[in-house]
Design a protein. Structure first.
Length: 114
């Protein structure tokens, strides 16, 4: 059974940084396009960053220049480095596979507040 396990969230002050991790028990992980999503209270889940099998990355305008997505295929792990965090980044963050129907993990809560 495919599992996605996110970790690394927490409470951070505005301007701070966090690094999220997602361990994925996926076959052929290295060939998959992975993404980080987030869902704030009362809002729809949104895609914030993607990384292709070749390492090409793409970001939502709201996080471009502040967030960096990366992957370690040997460890089947995707990372999201988040810098210059803002209160509006507060959300539950999830990772998932793009273009496939994979069950969501439990996510990791990120709260940006002074």
């Amino acid at each position: 059974q495919v599992q996605l396990v996110e970790s690394g969230g927490g409470l951070v002050q505005p301007g701070g940084s966090l690094r999220l991790s997602c361990a994925a028990s996926l076959r052929f992980f290295s060939g998959k396009v992975m993404g980080w999503y987030r869902q704030a209270p009362g809002k729809q889940r949104e895609l914030v960053a993607t990384i292709s099998s070749r390492g090409n990355t793409d970001y939502a305008d709201s996080v471009n220049g502040r967030f960096t997505i990366s992957r370690n295929n040997g460890r089947k792990t995707v990372f999201l480095q988040m810098n210059s965090l803002k209160p509006e980044d507060t959300a539950v963050y999830y990772c998932n596979v793009l273009y496939e129907n994979v069950a969501w993990g439990q996510g990791t809560q990120v709260t940006v507040s002074s």
